[in-house]
Design a protein around this ligand. Sequence first.
Ligand SMILES: *Cc1c(COP(=O)(O)O)cnc(C)c1O
Length: 227
Amino acid sequence: MSRSQATVDLAAIRHNAGVLRDAAPGTELCAVVKAHGYGHGEVAAAHAAIQGGATILGVARVVEGCRLRNAGLDVPIWVFSEPEEREFDDAVDADLQPAVYSLAAVEAAGEAAARSATGMSVHLKIDTGMHRVGAALDDAAALARRVDEHPSLVLGSVWTHLAVADDPAASSTEIQLDRFDIAVASIEAAGIDVARTHAANSAGAHAWPRAHRDVVRCGISLYGLAP
Ligand SMILES: *Cc1c(COP(=O)(O)O)cnc(C)c1O
């Protein structure tokens, strides 16, 4: 039987977090540690990224967020996919901050959060062109209003995901950001305060200053790879 072993240099992750801080000055860094920290071990990677300046952790699923909480990580943890309705209780218990983009999820989040003393922040995701997941532009203001109407929910941010930010010339990234601006403006025009917005992944942090906004969400660059 042959065995292979990978050695992870946590000082490098710490250093890379600092480089990303410098690449997107004035923003917060959300260290993306989904998929076991891209295979590096999510708990150790999270600690190293926080030492390097990250203030938020990002994961894809509620179970991943719970694992980080159970390991003692105490910074805000964002969940990028909208949880199943039955998962919101776990999200509240572990003090996670999930994405929402459907009315059903907003209602489920509101009910789960109402059972807790602390309430819950949720992050409204807008589909600006990846044709994957997120609220349609036309639905953004109504969804934000429903979040606002739930006394136990806080609209933590409004965000989107860029499809091809690794291409610095892609006009589709400009179009996505234009759409995102329209969605945010529509929410603000409805009288709802948008505390924070974010759009950039690693490629966006490096190549799209226009995408920096309040937070950059970086995975691949944290682990030393070019996007
Ligand atoms: C995975 C992920 C990221 C990180 O993307 P990288 O290209 O690895 O930096 C950022 N945001 C969301 C929503 C993600 O799912």
